[in-house]
Design a protein around this ligand. Sequence first.
Ligand code: ATP
Ligand code: MG
Length: 407
Amino acid sequence: MRLSKTFIKTLREAPKDEVARNGALLSRAGYIHKELAGIYDYLPLGVSVIEKIKNIIREELNAIGCEEVQMSALQNPELWEATGRFSDQEVDIWFKTELASGGTLGLAPTHEEPMTNMLKTYISSYKDLPLYVYQFQTKFRNELRAKSGVMRGREFLMKDLYSFHTSEDDLDIFYEKVEKTYARIFNRLGIGDSTFKTFASGGIFSKFSHEYQTILPVGEDTIYYNADKSLVFNKEVFTDEVLAEFNANANDFTEVKAAEVGNIFKLKHKYSKPLNLKYTSESNQEQYVYMGCYGIGVSRLMGVIAEKFADEKGLVWPEEIAPFKYYLVGIGEKGIAEAEKLYKGHENEILFDDREARPGEKFADAELIGIPYRVVISDKTLAEGKVELTSRRDGESKLVDLKELFV
Ligand code: ATP
Ligand code: MG
């Protein structure tokens, strides 16, 4: 991408009402545009980061046999009435809308009900199971407070996976597979060493559900971890009773702030029963399908990763999800001509700052935008037949051969 050709620009100021650092930096660096509190547009750089996050998740889920779909965001109230979740008392974040022809529709805050209902068309026998179906979908939630930038949207992108099984054992086996897959996903996203599976409340038939929490000072949640971080609890379950159950002592735990980036639930029959999702077993009996659900906050992740690595100069993306690997600057006539040559054939890896601007201005934008490596070609570097490569993460520069760049 050429900076001279894109409509986006870095901005000196963030939107006035943007109180979150991720929102401010992502706006200033040209990744997002704020419409309203908790409501954002994604610009080319933002779309690129989101797509990279999605592709990592997609690759890992496909590797364990999951199938991707895309469901509607407009919801049939009848399905949600069957589970008692259309009422604003039960679910207090609904956006609802009216059909011109009469009647109310919901804007999906999540998809358990329509997913369960959809699978009724395709599941009838034990031979149809297990199934693992997921999507990346826009969710709508009328959140009371939306002050955390893209970390808490009123419209946001979630990956939601649902699994369907003949037995609880089969659900348990798949649940463990997803745990391993989630660990791989968070590693690839560059936050593996600060993201933990926690015990949380909200288990449906067991005491706990599990959340994935990333340690982050501006996170909205509080977690407690032990010395080797093998036991991590959300605040709501960090009680004497629970600690006793784990043979643990409160004094051995450290309290930190964290952001929830994902969660996993064993739903069992919670949705299959009210929505009547059944299969015929090998012994010809009608049984309810066992279910699990597994979420990841895709747009929240972009905010969490932005917050996690940013410094006083701007964003710092991990290589795997950076919109580009290199930020290219040519200085002087020869430097610019060489930069043009280097850019050709590497358009997907290079953000080429070919604007008519001072090098200092370009360097500042390179830092704000957070591309992992800055490549500078100038008379000075060319005299040695090299380019200057600077790592955004540690600011270290070195001269390297051109051909070393794209190996
Ligand atoms: P929270 O406690 O943060 O409100 P939740 O328990 O409501 O989260 P889920 O309904 O389980 O979250 O959604 C799955 C994932 O979607 C969460 O783990 C989180 O990463 C993400 N998520 C939830 N709400 C939002 C939101 N308003 N904006 C962005 N991401 C969100
Ligand atoms: Mg919530």
